[in-house]
Design a protein around this ligand. Structure first.
Ligand code: PEP
Ligand code: MG
Length: 889
């Protein structure tokens, strides 16, 4: 029978799957001998069982009783004892941290009797009644599902009656009356009394934490962060310590380094005479942690020592929650802290320099998503700007958008294509939709550890927090600066999450220094710490990775940029892009040609143009392989739109102006029109159906390559045939290619210019019969866009904007299979194709050129199944290099 409950002393930090992140780290700190209030953890396994069956698993209640008894013995008090109560907090803690997404209930064990005992023990009536009203409030909102406004409105009313705006002015009597009011609210809205039985409070709170795993906001957060939906949360039951026992008590959060820049120092916020969530919620403005040294030097020194211990132990930036109860420091939480992308790189290299970790570990600690984040543009320092205010630089980046004041408006405006900045006094988990929709978040309250800051950093979204000179009026949809400037909904503002500045209007943006470094216009060792850190880690990734990284590019410009970004060749040059613009007419003539002669004329006219294209790309990629794909899309894509042309011809007829050329064109467009062009006349089918088309393209490739080779340029063309389903198709095209290669113009020094012929694997059939296809292919490149489309039967152009959001919402997918490879299905075919292909041809070169080539998770998969390279769009080349390195350590 599985165990469902563990004491802190029984766990360790590596048991996050079972004990959740919070529980595992509380256990670790306990075993490090740090001052952690005693407690125990109910496992994620119990949560999963509860969620599956709608009831606690057998045996859990007895285990809770047993561990509670041990805790009561250790503390010398019984839960909710009317004479001397033990109080506990009930805290959620999943494997991955989900800040503010799930529930916590504090002060469990208080009731009408024990509140008096608590007051007597603390010698403080106000404290006891404040704690009790907090319990009823949290219990009501969290466990009984009552709208939290009912409670906060009652607090506001109490303050108003007292003529104050500050919680601290409320006295014991006020809180006692609030408890009564709150109990009334519970009775009215939950249809039951607030439970007086401490164990019932505890059990219901645990169930509420379990249930909160499936709350809509937690689901949304997990989708955003790609956290699996079936992990469940653990629950930590911790004996209460109190930060609200007077001015010698308080609660705070701290980082061992600056989570924004990675700089060492003392970072954090402290709030005197406050409990639990007050700091994170940004309810009152906090003091900087450094002020604690004056307030309580003993606790401050001890905290500094503990922070050093934790950094050395975890060998990483840690974030910490602590409480001081009448001068005694307690550690309530630690975890390896969330950080900005820039800090991730700088901290990783700092730790290498400090000898704490090696470069492999540094590489593991950064991600491609973080690198991508650093490649975003920033505000132009030299641009003229109107500064409105400065807040805290909570999450870096440059965001420009229309100011909006609520989540729903943010979502609605973003949906219609507008960029918006969400402006709030503070955010809470209900603002998540709006935060996702917005390009940036601005708050007037709360510090670097407020909900807005933590969540924005996690999402890689720009945020400025605690801009407390701003008067934000959510109801009137406007904010006012201290100089009286008013900004109403819809007015554009620019926020700089790197320095905390907020500007009126749109500030122009410039390239990031990391991109400048990739481009070669900014150098390592010239004073930019971030560039130095990125350079060092990229170098190590390149030394470590086995996968090559190529680029999908079809212009000389893109090829050049990608080469500077580290591309080691072109994995996909889509030639269809070369048939657009003013060449469209030539293609149109080709499509409409009625005789061989006409067709050959059009092909002859296209040949020199294609040669120019390839020559420019070969030059740019000198010395590197260039995979050129023969024409893929349906021909009608190069013709006018059927509906538009039909209308035009009909109107002309009505006017009596019959234009025979347009009439003929309409007939051809009708003939070529397909209901489902993605599954029609495209790819290799086109090459077989339109004689001479592929030969012309191959001629352009081999001739331009031969010409360059004759000039001493090192060229490595690879000719790629798309959408092959059977080896016979490939054989037909290969024969045509061989004829072209035999032409003297394709020769250099009397021999055919060196080249390879290969195919894309983008149909399930191709993957299944890969062993046969490999007989005629020197390389395979998996076209995972089409392979996803054809494996799932999803139209890649349609489904993402139709039912995918519903699928994501319902958790049918964690992420779109077009974005991140569906490893089980499509990945299985990739694995099969690779294995079968190499069975025939052990030296078969294997690559992937679908969008997944630049997706971090997918890159790890391609590494695992033994591909030789991934190919992706130019901007993702650095990301793929980094992830390929990470996959190899
Ligand atoms: C693919 O299908 O994965 C591919 C790279 O080709 P395209 O996206 O051009 O169809
Ligand atoms: Mg394709």
């Amino acid at each position: 029978m599985p165990r469902f409950v563990y004491d802190f002393a029984e766990g360790d930090k590596d048991q996050k799957d079972l004990l959740g992140g919070k529980g595992a780290n509380l256990a670790e700190m306990t075993n490090l001998g740090l001052p952690v209030p005693p407690g125990f953890i109910i496992t994620t396994e119990a949560c999963r069982a509860y969620l599956a069956d709608g009831a606690e698993p057998d045996g859990m209640a007895a285990e809770v009783t047993e561990h509670l008894a041990t805790l009561e013995t250790a503390m010398g008090r019984r839960l909710g004892d009317p004479d001397d109560p033990l109080l506990v907090s009930v805290r959620s803690g999943a494997k991955f941290s989900m800040p503010g997404m799930m529930e916590t209930v504090l002060n469990v064990g208080l009731n009408d009797a024990s509140v008096h005992a608590l007051a007597a023990r603390a010698g403080d009536d106000r404290f006891a009644w404040d704690s009790y009203r907090r319990l009823v409030q949290m219990f009501g909102a969290t466990v009984l599902g009552i709208e939290s406004e009912h409670f906060s409105d009652a607090v506001e009313a109490a303050k108003k009656a007292k003529g104050t705006r500050n919680d601290l002015d409320l006295d014991a009597g006020d809180f006692e009356r609030l408890v009564e009011t709150f109990k009334g609210i519970v009775r009215e809205h939950a249809g039951r009394d607030f439970p007086q039985d401490p164990r019932e409070q505890l059990d219901l709170a645990v169930h509420a934490v379990f249930d909160s795993w499936n709350s809509p906001r937690a689901n949304l957060y997990r989708r955003q962060e790609r956290i699996p939906t079936d992990l469940g949360t653990a629950v930590s039951i911790v004996s209460m310590v109190f930060g609200n026992l007077g001015m010698d008590s308080g609660t705070g959060v701290a980082f061992t380094r600056d989570p924004a820049s990675g700089a060492r120092g003392v970072y954090g916020d402290y709030l005197q005479n406050a409990q639990g969530e007050d700091v994170v919620a940004g309810i009152r403005n906090t003091l900087p942690l450094t002020d604690l040294e004056q307030l309580d030097k003993t606790s401050y020194d001890q905290l500094m020592d503990i922070m050093t211990t934790l950094e050395n132990h975890y060998r990483d930036l840690c974030d910490i929650e602590f409480t001081i109860e009448r001068g005694k420091l307690w550690m309530l939480q630690t975890r390896v802290g969330k950080r900005t992308a820039a800090a991730a790189f700088t901290i990783a290299t700092q730790l290498v320099d400090e000898g704490m970790i090696d470069l492999d570990e540094a590489l593991r600690r950064v991600t491609g998503a973080q690198l991508a984040n650093l490649m975003f543009p920033r505000f132009d320092r030299d641009a003229e700007k109107k500064l409105l205010t400065t807040g805290m630089n909570a999450s870096p980046g440059a965001a420009v958008g229309a100011a909006v004041f609520d989540s729903a408006t943010a979502v609605a405006r973003a949906r219609s294509g507008e960029r918006v900045v969400l402006v709030r006094r503070e955010t809470n988990p209900d603002d998540l939709d709006g935060m996702i929709a917005a390009t940036g978040v601005l708050t007037s309250r709360g510090g670097r550890t407020s909900h807005a800051a933590v969540v924005a950093r996690g999402m890689g979204k720009t945020a400025v927090c605690g801009a407390d000179e701003l008067e934000v009026d959510v109801a009137a949809k406007r904010f006012t600066t201290s100089d009286g400037v008013e900004v109403a909904e819809g007015e554009v503002i620019s926020i700089d999450g790197t320095n905390g500045e907020v500007y009126l209007g749109e500030v122009p943006v410039v390239a990031s220094p990391v991109v400048s470094w990739f481009e070669g216009t900014l150098h390592e060792g010239t004073g930019d710490d971030l560039v130095d850190a990125v350079a060092r880690i990229m170098r190590h990734a390149d030394e470590t990775r086995r996968l090559n990284v190529r680029v999908n590019a079809d212009t000389a410009d893109d090829s050049g940029r990608a080469r500077r970004f580290g591309a080691e060749g072109i994995g996909l040059c889509r030639t269809e892009h070369m048939f657009l613009g003013d060449r469209r007419e030539l293609v149109e003539r080709l499509v409409l040609a009625e005789s061989r002669d006409e067709r050959e004329k059009s092909l002859a006219a296209l040949l020199p143009l294609q040669m120019e294209d390839f020559t420019a790309i070969f030059r740019e990629m000198e010395g590197l392989p260039v995979t050129i794909r023969l024409l893929d899309p349906p021909l009608h894509e190069f013709l006018p739109d059927l509906t538009e042309l039909s209308v035009e011809v009909a109107l002309a007829r009505e006017r009596g102006e019959v234009d025979q050329e347009r009439e003929d064109l309409l007939v051809a467009v009708r003939r070529l029109h397909e209901q489902n062009p993605m599954l029609g006349l495209r790819g290799v089918r086109l090459g077989i159906a339109v004689p001479g088309l592929f030969a012309m393209q191959v001629r352009a490739i081999t001739r331009s390559a031969a010409e360059l080779a004759a000039q001493g340029v090192s060229v490595h063309p690879e000719i790629m045939v798309p959408l092959v389903g059977t080896v016979q198709e490939l054989q037909a095209v290969a024969a045509e290619i061989a004829e072209v290669v035999a032409e003297p113009e394709s020769h250099v020094n009397g021999a055919p210019v060196p080249h390879q012929v290969g195919t894309m694997i983008e149909l399930p059939r191709a993957a299944i019969v890969a062993a046969q296809i490999a007989e005629s292919a020197e390389f395979f490149s998996f076209g995972t866009n089409d392979l996803t489309q054809t494996t799932w039967g999803f139209s890649r152009d349609d489904v993402e904007s139709s039912f995918f959001s519903e699928y994501l919402e319902q958790g049918i997918f964690g992420v779109s299979p077009f974005e991140s490879l569906d490893v089980e299905g499509v990945g299985h075919l990739v694995e099969l194709g690779a294995r079968e292909g190499r069975r025939t041809r052990p030296d078969l070169k294997l690559g992937i050129c679908g969008e997944h080539g630049g997706d971090p998770d997918s890159v790890h998969f391609f590494h695992r199944v033994g591909l030789d390279y991934v190919s992706c769009s130019p901007f993702r080349v650095p990301v793929a290099r980094l992830e390929a390195g990470r996959a190899a350590v």
